[in-house]
Design a protein around this ligand. Structure first.
Ligand code: URP
Ligand code: ZN
Ligand code: ZN
Length: 467
């Protein structure tokens, strides 16, 4: 009998804290030894010349989420976790959305039914609270936190999702009581509604006006308001998908005051601008997401937010719709305004290669920061750090092995998701995750999936390390 199931030999390991050379011994899905000359193994993976990193944790993805009239999300759990694994991820956290009038408990049950047996990576669910009734706040939500659903997102915009300040305060009161973590989508709903009506009346309906309808001021104001409500409620808060300098500075100011306010940014805010929404005909719809991509100064601010720890997590906000499809970005005929273009862009497979190339290989962030903002901090924020997010004895063997030097042009075909485009098409990238192991099993290698779907399991989470 071999000493180990698998040994990863000869790689350069980086965690959020250190970089060192050694072999990794894996047994029963966990890392059981770090060292040299470890012994025998059923499989030895040669990682000479490669970088060995904790598998990515993407704590902001949307999968099979109800999306309104006639619109269908492009990824189910199988295709989203397939793309995630090929892109170096080992865990993803999608949102279980409560639709108005539906019990939260029922929503959770239905969402599990969609995920069960379908996943290549491990998964865990945040909740989206859209209908904070007495039943939800008094019974369902507290019980669900006890059951390991320890984080939930609230929206300050979007029809059917936006909560009033009063409702946000009620949700935050439950979070405080149960020590759960609140995530917020911060954009001012009334500003967006007002500007959208004005733009439409002026005949400005092309996708680029999506960005005009959601200006920085709307995001900055809502960010300040959400932080104020969290301060009043005495709860930590994650401001997700931050797109610009002014919102980032609101978060920094709160952090400097000693408040537990955390920030997240995403690949679109580092690499795209509102000019991308300007494509011919409806091509700009491919880039419609909220908040929208801004300008080059906003990109620079988001890099600074990562470099200076204002942002502790870098997520994809993968929210995939097909482009050439009336159930996707080209909404049914007759609905020609940007108002009807579903918000969201795919990114779960591209997130890590884009940050690795644009960040690490171009010298904007070091490899330890890369690991922190793509894996370790997600585990800490969302109650997974007992098992996930670093390479150490006792942890799950969730590992991505990178060729740091390979140069490629990104194409949608490399991502293998359910969408029909990537907003990052044509980017020149250096570095790619060539092998991904989830709990010790090779799930993806050289662009192919090797494990059966269903290897990924559901993770019940602890309370957030941020609370
Ligand atoms: O446009 C976006 N970001 N769509 C996904 C939903 C959300 O707000 O995160
Ligand atoms: Zn959002
Ligand atoms: Zn999102």
């Amino acid at each position: 009998m071999s000493d180990f199931d698998t040994i990863i030999r000869g790689g350069r390991i980086s965690t959020a804290a250190d970089t060192f050379h050694c072999d990794i011994g894996i047994r029963d899905g966990r890392i059981v030894a770090l060292g040299e000359k470890l012994g025998s193994a059923d499989e030895v993976i040669d990682a000479e010349g490669h970088w060995v990193l904790p598998g990515g944790i993407d704590s902001h993805v949307h999968i099979s989420q109800p999306s309104g009239d006639g619109i269908v999300m492009a990824d189910d759990f199988e295709s989203a976790t397939r793309s995630a694994a090929l892109g170096g991820n080992t865990t993803v956290l999608p949102f279980c959305m409560q639709e108005k009038g539906v019990s939260l408990r029922e929503a959770v049950k239905a969402y599990h039914a969609k995920a069960d047996g379908e996943c290549y990576t491990d998964v865990s669910f945040h909740l989206i609270i859209s209908d904070p009734t007495e039943q939800v706040l008094g019974q369902e939500l507290p019980a669900l936190v006890d059951d390991g659903y320890t984080s939930f997102k609230v929206f300050m915009t979007y029809e059917g999702l936006a909560l009033s300040d009063l409702e946000m305060l009620k949700v935050m009161a439950v979070a405080r009581e149960k020590r759960a973590l609140v995530m917020v989508h911060a954009e001012n709903y009334d500003v967006i509604r007002f500007l959208t009506d004005q733009l439409e009346q002026a005949g400005k309906t092309a996708p680029r006006f999506h960005a005009t309808s959601r200006p920085v001021i709307a995001e900055r104001e809502a960010t300040y308001r959400a932080i104020s409500l969290a301060e009043l409620s005495d709860v930590p808060l994650v401001v997700v998908h931050v797109s610009n300098r002014e919102a980032m500075e609101e978060i920094r100011r709160a952090q400097q005051k000693g408040l537990k306010i955390f920030g997240e940014t995403c690949p679109q805010y580092l690499t795209l601008t509102e000019n991308d929404l300007d494509g011919l005909n409806m091509e700009g719809a491919k880039y419609v997401c909220s908040p929208p991509p801004r300008d080059t100064d906003s990109q620079e601010a988001c890099w600074q937010g990562l470099q200076q720890n204002v942002f502790s997590v870098f997520s994809s906000d993968h929210c995939p719709f097909r482009y050439d499809d009336p159930q996707g970005k080209l909404t049914p005929k007759g609905r020609t305004s940007f108002r009807w273009v579903p918000n969201g862009i795919p990114g779960v497979g591209a997130r890590l290669p884009v940050l690795f190339s644009e960040g690490v290989r171009k010298g904007r962030i070091d490899i330890n920061t890369f690991v922190a903002v793509t894996a370790t901090n997600h585990a800490r924020a969302y109650g997974l750090s007992a098992r996930k997010g670093t390479i150490a004895v006792g942890m799950d063997a969730d590992v991505a092995i990178w060729n740091p030097d390979i140069e490629q042009t990104l194409t949608h075909a490399m991502l293998n998701d359910g969408s029909d485009y990537t907003p990052y098409e044509g980017m020149k990238l250096t570095g790619w995750p060539v092998t991904t192991l989830v709990r010790g099993k090779v799930v993806a290698r050289n662009g192919r999936i090797e494990a059966p779907k269903g290897h990924g399991t559901y993770l019940k989470r602890d309370l957030s390390g941020y609370v």
